[in-house]
Design a protein around this ligand. Structure first.
Ligand code: C5P
Length: 287
């Protein structure tokens, strides 16, 4: 195989609870992750040696800071028998620094794709362990779907797929620094009560999702403080017959879930804030 095309889907968080600050500086989390159909597209092509990253997005770094580059570097280090290199092209469709794991999903897709490109036996555990070093959300992005993630975000328990749900994702033109949101969260001490057991029972039951349960995000207050536009976006969503509205990850992306595709598409088509990134998408199962 000389080249390969892959999709790298974005994620949203249906819940994000912070249990506390760990000794390593990270936060101990409980999260419900969900893949959505919004995706970057990645092309991998063998080359004589080294790693090159090219991208459709001018603001995306193409050197070692790029998480996809890091994934390729780890892959080549772990498989020294491979003497060739790789060219990675990223068609960037997921907003950058938006709380949808855009960089993490590119890294996971590159790792998955390189195993295919070089026809190596797939070892998901080995891949996940390697991806953990790139970022907390990267192991989840390897297979996606509906997942309970804990620890730093790297301890994964697959859950039944919540089914195809239609949603609108809105990202204001405002890049949020994740470490800054966590830091502000620590300062604000806005701890919320969370009954994660009830929430997990609801999801494992495979019935309707009860949005009255603790489907919420502990980073909301801090993210809204840093990016006041989040509140404006939520206010607009209130008038669109959404079943459920929340921020994803550390923001500033806000998403709303609708009971039908028509309602979601209508909300997206009539979105009044012209500088926002707006798209109607659906939830997807593990890939
Ligand atoms: O792991 P990742 O590099 O994606 O994390 C980005 C930042 O988010 C970390 O530097 C940290 O500030 C914060 N974070 C955290 N606890 C986690 C995950 C991320 O504090 N479990």
């Amino acid at each position: 195989m000389r080249e390969l095309y892959l999709k790298a889907p974005a994620k949203i968080n249906l819940a994000l609870h912070i249990k506390g600050l760990r000794d390593d500086g990270f936060h101990e989390l409980q999260m419900i992750m969900q893949s959505i159909s919004l995706a970057d597209r990645i092309k991998l092509k063998k080359k004589s040696g080294g790693i090159i990253v090219k991208t459709s997005h001018t603001e995306l770094p193409t050197g070692k800071e790029n998480l996809a580059y890091q994934a390729a570097e780890i892959f080549l280090k772990q498989n020294p028998e491979i003497t060739q290199g790789v060219e990675i092209y990223i068609e960037k469709n997921i907003p950058i620094a938006a709380g949808m794991a855009g960089g993490s999903t590119d890294a996971a897709a590159v790792m998955r794709g390189l195993y295919q490109l070089f026809e190596l036996e797939v070892d998901f555990n080995k891949m996940r362990q390697a991806l953990e070093t790139i970022g907390s959300d990267v192991p989840y992005c390897l297979e996606g779907g509906t997942v309970y993630a804990s620890g730093r975000g790297e301890i994964l328990e697959p859950l039944p797929f919540i089914g195809e749900k239609y949603l609108v994702v809105v990202t204001p033109a405002f890049k949020i620094s994740t470490p800054m949101v966590y830091k502000l969260y620590d300062n604000l001490k806005g701890y919320q009560d969370f009954n994660f057991d009830l929430l997990l029972a609801n999801l494992k039951n495979e019935g309707e999702i009860d949005w009255q349960l603790d489907y919420k995000n502990d980073l909301k207050k801090a993210a809204e403080n840093i990016c006041p536009e989040i509140k404006e976006i939520k206010d607009i969503f209130k008038n669109t017959k959404a079943e459920f509205t929340m921020i994803s990850g550390s923001g500033p992306t806000v998403f709303s879930i609708y009971s039908s595709r028509e309602l979601a598409e209508k909300a997206a088509a009539n979105w009044p804030r012209k500088n926002d990134f707006v798209t109607a998408v659906r939830t997807i199962d593990s890939y």
